[in-house]
Design a protein around this ligand. Structure first.
Ligand SMILES: Cc1cc2nc3c(=O)[nH]c(=O)nc-3n(C[C@H](O)[C@H](O)[C@H](O)COP(=O)(O)OP(=O)(O)OC[C@H]3O[C@@H](n4cnc5c(N)ncnc54)[C@H](O)[C@@H]3O)c2cc1C
Length: 383
């Protein structure tokens, strides 16, 4: 594994950093305060390639390698956690199942539309009011074949981007008998009759990223809207989440890095007992530990991304990367607030928002407990 980025990746990093600095960072506080979505930045992300990172060029995407995907999400997370989450739910969850499993017709019809920045985004609805971690046993949203259509009934919960999406890919039960081959992915246009999208949830953090409950009541879509194979929805979901976990880990690194940068500046300027607090060894050790954690997390995120780019198995590594990077971000931003003292608890300073934003990362796309299960299963399966 080459630990240095290649020239293309370095250029991409510079482009996305400048984009995040110009389009995300200046509005990060406002989107959080007002619970507003930064549409302007997302639209501008289309021509930069940020809406088609997992889409082949022939369908309007930028189709970057996965290390570049991780680079982009670190920079976007550095700029604004909320907007970064919208980008990752769109790319990793909403478009990549179509790229990986969708028919040519689905690819042609939907991917160029959502990659352009001129239209709404994409979303994936796995979680339900009664089931998140246990999708196999818990999904109750049902799709039945009636003539040449699927008829869908049920409710989804916590769907990022649902209210700003052209379509939602829904994980549905197509075989009522249950089991690992009873779920399928079906693309549902958000303007289909019977789709109701609830109001944006009131959240602790990531308040500029709209999250909605969605209900399907006798929603009819063509049989051709099946994404991938009937009965393979669970396997397709697990594979989609492996990749998505690298992006969530990368956003966490971006949040931790932003907090670190703010803290270094603050520590240099703040005076106590007649000197800059950065001269206290207790503060220096905290900064050293924070930097160490960020660097380690990034190295491992790149390893998981590199394995994916090589076409090698990476489920365990994606689990380790997400587990470490997301829990690392909490530790680092906790210390960032501590070093800011009382000001760290104020909304005037960004570290408070970053802490709230980072809190989701150990929950979404598989909780820390589920990552530990994924890792332990592979450790115990060793000969
Ligand atoms: C802001 C936000 C955005 C989201 N976006 C999306 C989205 O776009 N699409 C989508 O489908 N979902 C989304 N989610 C849902 C998210 O993926 C789920 O919340 C998550 O997977 C956990 O599911 P749950 O909330 O049902 O918790 P549960 O599965 O009920 O888990 C509750 C607790 O039990 C633990 N637990 C469960 N099973 C086990 C086990 N076997 N062993 C040990 N511990 C266990 C969990 O780790 C957790 O601590 C989002 C959630 C939030 C908050």
């Amino acid at each position: 594994m080459n630990f240095d980025l290649n020239n293309e990746q370095k250029t991409w990093q510079k482009i996305v950093h400048e984009f995040a600095e110009k389009e995300l960072l200046p509005k990060a506080r406002e989107v959080d305060e007002k619970e507003e979505f930064n549409w302007e930045a997302v639209r501008k992300g289309g021509p930069v390639g940020l809406l088609g990172m997992n889409i082949p060029e022939e369908f309007g995407g930028s189709n970057v390698d996965y290390i570049s995907n991780a680079i982009a999400f670190e920079e976007l997370g550095w700029g604004c956690g909320s907007t970064a989450l919208a980008f990752t739910a769109h790319n990793g969850l909403g478009t990549s199942p179509i790229t990986a499993y969708g028919s040519e017709d689905l690819k042609k019809k939907w991917l160029p539309m959502v990659a352009s920045g001129n239209n709404k985004l994409a979303a994936l609805a796995l979680t339900e009011p009664g089931a998140g971690s246990d999708l196999q046993g818990g999904v109750t949203t049902r799709a039945e074949k009636v003539g040449d259509e699927w008829v869908i009934n049920g409710a989804k919960m916590w769907c990022t981007n649902a209210g700003i999406a052209e379509y939602i890919i829904a994980l549905v039960r197509t075989d009522p008998k249950g089991g690992s081959k009873s779920l399928s992915m079906i693309l549902v246009p958000t303007d289909a009759k019977g789709v109701a999208i609830g109001p944006a949830e009131k959240k602790m953090g990531l308040r500029g990223s709209p999250t909605h409950g969605v209900t399907f009541e006798n929603v009819r879509v063509p049989l051709g809207n099946l994404v991938g194979a009937e009965g393979r929805g669970l396997q397709q979901t697990l594979s989609t989440l492996d990749a998505g976990r690298i992006s969530i880990g990368a956003i966490s690194i971006g949040l931790a890095r932003a907090a670190m940068e703010a803290t270094v500046n603050y520590a240099r300027e703040r005076k106590a007992f007649g000197q800059s607090i950065s001269e206290f060894q207790a503060i220096q050790f905290k900064l050293a530990d924070m930097e160490t954690e960020i660097e380690l997390a990034r190295t491992y995120i790149y390893k998981a991304a590199w394995l994916k780019d090589q076409g090698r198995p990476y489920t365990k590594e994606a689990g380790i990367a997400k587990l470490f990077a997301t829990e690392m971000a909490e530790r680092v931003i906790y210390e960032a607030i501590q070093i800011h003292g009382g000001y760290g608890y104020s909304r005037e300073y960004g570290v408070e928002r970053m802490y709230r934003d980072a809190r989701l990362m150990t929950i979404g796309e598989g909780t820390s407990e589920i990552q530990r299960l994924v890792i332990a299963r592979r450790v115990l399966a060793r000969e």
